[in-house]
Design a binder for this molecule. Structure first.
Ligand code: THU
Length: 133
């Protein structure tokens, strides 16, 4: 996967974010092993709480389109942040439910590539279905 190409695709996708309140755009592309990609952006709401993050929009589409964690090659995330711009806590919990702990994640911010991570790095010792017995 070419980082510059991924960054360009994320920057195009970010323009679809619906962010009348925060003006902070997030775009997430899940690249599949079959060459397809699944996209999500953040979609805000006047009541604030119903706002959905870009990561959860994308991963919900992954499920909706009939794919699962083993179909995923790369999750790429863009945020308008000047820092790393890593996933929020709610997204971390949703992602660990639906993706593999060692899933590769690339994060890009407003200026540059911020780094390569794994999901487990963001949510160690996570609570999962194995805890429910
Ligand atoms: N946001 C995301 O889309 N993903 C995250 O992981 C962090 C926050 C969105 C929610 C809201 O639309 C905006 O960024 C500001 O919090």
């Amino acid at each position: 996967m070419d980082k510059n190409k991924v960054y360009e695709e994320l920057k195009v996708l970010r323009t679809n974010a619906y962010v009348p309140y925060s003006k902070f755009r997030v775009a997430c592309i899940i690249y599949l092993k079959n060459g397809k990609k699944i996209e999500g952006v953040n979609v805000e709401n006047a009541a604030y709480n119903p706002t959905i993050c870009g990561e959860r929009t994308a991963v919900s589409q992954l499920v909706t389109q009939g794919y699962n964690k083993d179909d995923v090659e790369l999750l790429a995330l863009y945020t308008d942040s000047e820092g790393v711009g890593s996933p929020c806590g709610t997204c971390r919990q949703t992602l660990i439910e639906l993706l593999n702990p060692d899933q590769k994640i690339w994060i890009f911010n407003i200026n540059e590539f911020s780094g390569e991570y794994t999901l487990e790095y963001f949510l160690p010792l996570s609570f999962t279905k194995t805890d429910l017995g």
